[in-house]
Design a protein around this ligand. Sequence first.
Ligand code: FAD
Length: 434
Amino acid sequence: MKSNELAVFWFRRDLRIHDNAGLFAALNSGFPVLPVFIFDRNILDALQDKKDARVMFIHQQLAAIDAMLRSRGSSLLVLHDEPLKAWDSLLSEFNVKAVFTNRDYEPYARSRDQALTEKLGQHGVVFHQYKDQVLFEQDEVVKDNGTPYAVFTPYSKKWKLRLQESGIPEFPSELHLSALMLWQAPPIPELQELGFEASEVEFPQPTTSDDIIGQYAQKRDFPSLRGTSRLSVHLRFGTISVRQLAKRALVLSETYLNELIWREFYMQILWHYPQVVNHAFKPAYDRISWLRDEALFKCWCEGKTGYPIVDAGMRELNATGFMHNRVRMIVASFLCKNLLIDWRWGEHYFAAKLLDYELASNNGGWQWAAGSGVDAAPYFRVFNPALQTERFDPHGVYIRKWVPEYGTPLYPHPVVNFPESRKRCLEVYKAALG
Ligand SMILES: Cc1cc2nc3c(=O)[nH]c(=O)nc-3n(C[C@H](O)[C@H](O)[C@H](O)COP(=O)(O)OP(=O)(O)OC[C@H]3O[C@@H](n4cnc5c(N)ncnc54)[C@H](O)[C@@H]3O)c2cc1C
């Protein structure tokens, strides 16, 4: 099979055919394009839950892409291996002249891609990487002196300035599919062959509905309303184009655009400061003496703390793989400050459960809640779950949906006393921070 020269397009977290920067470049490379996806054993083997809905989500997207490509006489090659081993087989089986992909900024992906650049280089193959996951990456939005921003507002102002200068480019890959390699790949491996089972979880449909984005500023903070776009899982896996979404936001809602900028803000923090994965962004916060109370942590995970808004959030997460942003802030603050449990425990729990789990935003959100992160609230600002409920779920609609036994004797007593736990938090933080 090795005779025909070709280019490979490697899908990763950009699972779509349309407006895909790397795919567009591959299709315009002059070579027939072989589309490839690799189920990474390093990632899949580490997942505890063999019904992990994210694997099913990826699987479904790949099946849809493959069906579309097959209707054009092409197909998607799906491998299940460690990435570098998969590349060994690709290079031995096909006459690969160039590889195209979209850039990934997480530390694991960076080292994987570095190793692949070297491997491909040894075969004389160029590895082309494109910006697709964000509007601005790496050093594109930095202070005038070239250093990264660690505060959101000036970052967002510079981001908007850059957008005015550059506009939003389009990469209509869907119009160039005639450059795909015509061939029949083996069928995509079944979920079971990957070691997984189907999950009952339902995924939100991608919608850039004018109603939701248009009224976002008014409704986004109320967890009982459908006031947010629920696009996070689609942004995570690239089933929608962030450029097209940003265009809608520019017309419909600056508040919504700002949230897309938060996403990029945290991504550039992770890019510039990869140490935040395991350490507080502000090093002094690593001196806090967290309680290693596994029983309390279990109450929090299961939504049995006796704080109804916290319990509702955790139960929504456990049942659906989603939690409203306002409630994410409340449960995270409660864990770090009232239960005095290390933000990393909570971060790991979210990472295992969230369909939209994304390292940069999750780490950023947790460090924000713990006070240790970029642009975090001062540590002495401790969210009061009762006041948050009064403001954002005043009629208890969200709470009753997820905690039906609330108000009955079956509902647990509070695991901590709020004023006492707040006081303890301030003392322990103060002792660590001096
Ligand atoms: C402790 C904590 C952990 C979080 N973990 C994640 C995570 O793993 N993955 C994730 O995508 N988001 C995370 N977020 C951010 C936010 O809660 C979700 O992006 C949002 O709730 C997703 O719902 P939506 O798509 O309806 O958002 P919308 O409100 O409709 O916002 C649109 C998009 O903007 C982005 N966005 C919105 N808010 C934020 C934010 N605060 N930070 C970064 N991006 C944002 C998301 O991509 C989102 O899909 C976390 C927030 C907190 C406080």
